[in-house]
Design a protein around this ligand. Structure first.
Ligand code: ATP
Ligand code: MG
Length: 558
């Protein structure tokens, strides 16, 4: 698909606005997270969409913290969100804003609404307000405090601000229509009393605006043109428009809210609140546990920003909810790493091989491709000696049919090296296989031996035991069980017990030269990234994704 010429429905709206001159050809979007947790993959979708549109239209995109709720927010989250947006490859340049910077403006605007007879102070309790609000089928009832005079409302609102009342004692409400078919328009609450310190404004305020009042004003203040949000806000749009209607813009331009379908990925927890539960209950090692669908977790898992952006682009922007298969995300990272990641040899569950006829004092350096599918990546040397490791799973003492790997009396080729034959299985006192004694066809060296082209059925990866790097391999799987109902209902009971398996592996010596964050394909084992937990003695690696493309399989089936 030619992505330059295709337009999603949001871009179609923007094109029309540009043709009509609604915003004088300005395109200005924002990404407005609440700093109450770490961002997840759903937010990545919103980030790519908002910053992507900014870029595509040579417009602007703000990063704005919607920090109007003092109790749940924290600077830790602010910093993590900045890091995540930057990691995804987007820049807010100098446009970093906080809703809390506008608290004075929100307050002034509320006074204006009161003066215009569009807002009033209500003494009903939260429960009473809910009861008076009515239902889908029944209109609401007016509060007995609805017709207070402007003077009285101004006084009471000021007293609210000055801390005269306890939490919940009074609220400021919009005076709209208690019989509106849209419940959001039945005199919604604009301000509530919360005696709590705010992470940025401290104790300056004890009244805080609600989202539906603050958000449209934030957009209007920043002169946002297209305010993109998820579908659950569709019914709030009339209220959004009601709030911005009273805003005086220098050019009379009002931001417009456009809703799109949120990203859901099957068997993934996609809510900051639920993700926080996983952290607090210790079910994961933290917000950046590589099993977490947080951006921090995905980053540590080894995903690239390119793959995430590609994923967000390819799932598209829709107006109807849908769920994406995790296999599709995995296909995106495989595709990104396929030609980029160097291919190294590691053994994740090692078994020792001793070559009985290869000189014990000899070490030779063999040439290996860094990436067979990308010749430009060149070759590297790999040491070879009479003591090696191969995968335990690549040997069977009593081979089943069609097992073409190593077995007693059978031959295999060691990749880039020699053909070996298993002569003897050495066991320990418990009957466990300790090592395999093999002989080597010394004429079969890849590329140069007389028997270099001799064919045997299996080819195995291997590591030289004499200089191997010790590895801790963290093999990840879906955090939630794939046969469960996903993040609905009791998701805490659906944790996959095999979501993390740790093995002690061995890697080729060259791996020691790399650093945390470097990514590889480990031959026949998958894509891996070096984790920051690595020490001088142990290279800790996270499996990003296996090699098997389950997405292509799913596609073929359907
Ligand atoms: P959560 O429920 O996980 O806390 P939220 O919507 O409350 O999510 P915000 O911090 O308010 O989180 O979100 C910032 C922006 O990200 C909003 O514009 C929101 O619509 C968008 N967003 C959140 N979740 C998703 C999702 N799953 N798909 C797409 N966009 C999302
Ligand atoms: Mg939220």
């Amino acid at each position: 698909m030619d992505q330059e010429n295709t337009r999603n429905f949001i871009e179609t709206i923007i094109d029309k606005d540009n043709e009509a001159g609604t915003y004088g050809n300005r395109v200005h979007t924002r990404f407005p997270p609440e700093p109450n947790g770490y961002l997840h993959l759903g937010h990545a979708k919103s980030i790519c969409l908002n910053f992507g549109i900014g870029k595509k239209y040579k417009g602007l995109t703000n990063l704005r913290f919607d920090d109007t709720n003092p109790s749940r927010e924290d600077v830790e989250y602010v910093e993590s969100i900045k890091r995540d947006v930057a990691w995804l490859g987007f820049s807010w340049e100098e446009r970093l804003y906080f809703a809390s910077d506008y608290f004075d403006i929100f307050y002034e605007h509320a006074l204006k609404l009161i003066r215009k007879g569009l807002a009033y102070v209500d003494d009903l309790t939260g429960d009473e307000i809910r009861e008076y609000r009515g239902t889908f089928n029944e209109p609401g009832k007016q509060s007995p405090y609805r017709n207070r005079s402007v003077e009285e409302n101004l006084n009471l609102f000021e007293e609210m601000k000055d801390g005269k009342y306890a939490d919940g004692e009074k609220v400021l409400r919009a005076k709209i229509d208690m019989t509106s078919p849209n419940i959001n328009m039945r005199d919604p609450v604009l301000y509530r009393i919360v005696h709590a310190s705010h992470h940025r404004t401290g104790d300056k305020w004890c009244i805080y605006p609600v989202y539906d009042y603050a958000h449209p004003l934030e957009d209007a203040i920043e002169r946002i043109t297209h305010s993109i949000c998820t579908l659950e806000f569709e019914d709030h749009r009339p209220l959004y428009n009601w709030v911005v209607a009273e805003w005086e813009d220098p050019e009379g331009q009002k931001p417009q809210q456009i809703e799109f379908a949120r990203l859901n990925v099957a068997h993934m927890v996609m809510s900051k609140r639920k993700l926080r539960l996983l952290v607090e209950k210790g079910l994961v090692s933290g917000w950046d546990d590589p099993r977490m669908p947080t951006i921090a977790g995905i980053r540590r898992r080894g995903y690239t920003p390119e793959a995430i952006r590609d994923f967000c682009e390819r799932i598209g922007v829709a107006k109807a909810d849908s769920t994406v298969e995790p296999a599709f995300l995995e296909a995106c990272i495989r595709e990104d790493l396929k030609l980029k990641a160097p291919r190294y040899m590691t053994v994740i569950d090692p078994i020792k091989v001793v070559l009985t006829n290869y000189p014990a004092d000899r070490t030779e350096v063999l040439q290996a491709d860094n990436n067979q599918e990308n010749e430009a990546m060149g070759r590297r040397g790999m040491t070879f000696s009479n003591e090696l490791y191969i995968e335990r799973g690549d040997f069977m003492e009593e081979p089943v049919k069609k097992f073409f790997r190593l077995a007693p009396g059978k031959e295999v080729r060691l990749k880039y090296a020699y053909i070996i034959k298993c002569d003897e299985v050495i066991k320990d006192e418990n009957g466990e296989i300790k090592e395999l004694h093999c002989s080597c066809d010394l004429e079969s060296k890849s590329g140069s031996g007389v028997n270099a082209d001799r064919k045997v059925k299996g080819t195995l990866h291997w590591v030289n035991a004499k200089d191997a790097v010790n590895m801790e391999c963290r093999l990840y799987d879906s955090l939630l069980r794939m046969d469960g109902e996903g993040d609905d209902g009791d998701f805490l009971s659906q944790i996959n017990p095999d979501s993390l398996i740790v093995t002690e592996g061995k890697g080729e010596a060259g791996l020691a030269a790399f650093k945390a964050g470097d990514r590889f394909q480990f031959l026949r084992r998958g894509y891996f990234v070096i984790d920051e937990d690595s020490t001088a003695d142990v290279l800790v690696v996270n499996r990003i994704v296996g090699l098997r493309d389950t997405w292509a399989k799913l596609q073929k089936k359907s």
